[in-house]
Design a protein around this ligand. Structure first.
Ligand SMILES: O=P(O)(O)OC[C@H]1O[C@H](O)[C@H](O)[C@@H](O)[C@@H]1O
Length: 527
């Protein structure tokens, strides 16, 4: 059994802390030395991706210290315990099994006589069969007509991941003739969200997936009622248009009002649930079950890499360790995720929940306060759009923000134009290459307003093309990075008590049970 200790009690961490400012990245990345680094500091990921960390503040000395930290913190042993079914989520006393939804990495995990791998595969099959029947016209609307679009109703983990993955593959599926149905998403309890989505679909030919692990989320239940109301008003029977994805113990699971229910369980956290029915149902309907299976395969292959003890061959663990060095030793407050791919436009938003809800904690897994900083603020936008927005601060602001670039050699649609001797795709890729060097090396100018200090670290994940398998590998990479960082900080990364208080107070406002400031705000907002 691995031992769980606070980061600041580890001898290897004290050694690492002595290496603050050890690498001058502006110098290291200059000239031929820089060229050598870019060739050397790269490690393969799954699905043909590669993690290049040449522009991070590392050298052999820092990497050696990180390897010792990985060993002392028993990162691989902890990952093994996690996928073999240990109760890693100490706050809620639950196992953490999202890896098992993609592949059996270790021992069989059996709960109350149910093999969990078999359970997850059976639910995937249920989603696949349902999708195939919809595509074949075996499941239709009341008039026997085919459904042409699908709308997911969910929020948080029941929205962000599936939405990001759908947007990521919409063009790919169209270019590869696997696009089956258009998908839309309703998440916010703002009535303008549901109303606008409903106005954009043909109700009579739309399926609605109510996705809520708990089956109790106010926003989702309200939006479900909103949609049912619209269906009834249009003379349609809601139970012929709706299915549910939920846990077997949730109130939704008992309802007869759905075409089918696809189940998940308490061992897959909402923000890790895109690989369960939460993502599986909508992605199988939109692109076909085979495409969803390819996402799972990419994720599984990345998970397998994450079991490697050698940090230089384990991109997920290496990324996590470098991130902790940046956060705790260098003292950087945030991390930007910058995909040079329009298809990944919602991927940073998904990672925001995944990372900040997992590691935005001040107490360790035993409920004791920690004396060091934990999860950074995560934000991001696709490049090059971000360049024309917040990059000014990234280049010349007073904070240094580590950057995680993602780029692909080929576009998904392959539709392009050659202007002034380069294609749009080449312009996109030229920008990311330029940014890495600009951030790292900077440029001296006597006019300080035009001076770039450089020394701003970044990494880049490079792929051939954003395919379903590459997307699965990317997803797993960041999930595993977050997991390893949680291990290093000695956190429970798998609960989210910090979201409760606001929900409780909102209920009080709606019940008019308020006083003090809450009452005045309620009056100001006309509630
Ligand atoms: O899927 P649900 O049970 O409806 O939960 C939806 C979301 O709401 C909660 O408040 C949590 O903050 C999220 O982690 C979760 O993903």
């Amino acid at each position: 059994m691995a031992t769980w200790k606070n980061l600041d009690t580890l001898a290897s961490y004290s050694k690492l802390a002595e290496l603050k400012g050890h690498v001058d990245i502006a110098d290291a990345m200059a000239g031929e030395k820089g060229a050598e680094r870019v060739k050397k500091y790269s490690t393969p990921m799954a699905a043909g991706l590669a993690y290049n960390y040449a522009a991070k503040q590392i050298d052999e000395t820092v990497l050696d210290a990180l390897a010792k930290l990985a060993d002392e913190a028993e990162l691989i042993e902890k990952f093994q315990e996690l996928y073999n079914g240990a109760v890693i989520n100490t706050g809620e006393k639950r196992m953490v099994l999202h890896h098992l939804a993609r592949k059996q990495q270790g021992d069989a995990v059996v709960v109350d006589g149910v093999d969990k791998r078999e359970f997850y595969v059976a639910q995937q099959k249920k989603a696949a069969d349902f999708a195939n029947k919809v595509h074949a016209g075996e499941i239709t609307n009341e008039n026997g007509e085919k459904f042409t679009s699908v709308v997911q109703i969910g929020i948080g983990g029941s929205d962000l991941g599936p939405r990001a993955l759908y947007i990521a593959l919409e063009n790919w599926a169209k270019a590869n003739n696997t696009f089956k149905m258009e998908a839309k998403f309703i998440s916010n309890v703002d009535p303008d969200d549901a109303a606008a989505v409903l106005a954009s679909v043909d109700l009579a030919h739309s399926l609605f997936i109510v996705v809520s692990k708990s089956g109790t989320t106010l926003e989702t239940l309200t939006n479900e009622a909103f949609v049912k109301n619209a269906l009834v008003k249009a003379g349609l029977n809601p139970s012929k248009h709706m299915l549910a994805v939920t846990s077997e113990t949730s109130p939704l699971a008992k309802s007869e009002d759905y075409l089918t229910a696809i189940f998940m369980d308490d061992y897959i956290g909402g923000r890790y649930s895109s690989v369960s029915g939460v993502g599986g149902a909508i992605l199988s309907l939109a692109f076909g079950p085979e495409v969803f299976a390819q996402i799972l395969e990419g994720a599984a292959a990345e998970d397998t890499l994450a079991t490697n003890k050698n940090i230089l061959e384990n991109p997920d663990m290496l990324d996590a360790l470098i991130g902790v060095y940046e956060r705790n030793v260098q003292g950087y407050p945030a991390t930007a995720v910058l995909p040079y791919s329009q298809a990944l436009s919602r991927f940073p938003a998904h990672l925001q929940q995944c990372d900040m809800e997992s590691n935005g904690k001040s107490v360790n897994r035993f409920g004791e306060p920690v004396d060091y900083v934990t999860g950074p603020v995560i934000f991001g936008e696709p490049g090059t759009n971000g360049q024309h927005s917040f990059y000014q601060l990234l280049h010349q602001g007073t904070d240094i923000v580590p950057l995680q670039f993602i780029g692909f050699k080929k576009s998904q649609l392959g539709v392009d134009v050659d202007i002034e001797n380069s294609t749009s795709q080449q312009k996109l890729c030229a920008n990311v290459a330029a940014q890495i060097v600009a951030f790292a090396c900077g440029k001296k100018d006597e006019n300080l307003n035009k001076d770039f200090k450089g020394g701003r670290p970044s990494s880049i994940i490079i792929g051939e093309e954003l395919t379903p398998a590459a997307l699965g590998a990317l997803l797993a990479h960041f999930e595993n990075k977050i997991m390893f960082q949680g291990f290093l900080w000695n956190l429970n990364s798998f609960d989210q008590e910090g979201v409760q208080l606001g929900k409780v107070l909102a209920k009080r406002v709606l019940a008019h049970d308020t006083d003090g400031a809450l009452k005045v705000y309620s009056d100001l907002l006309d509630i």
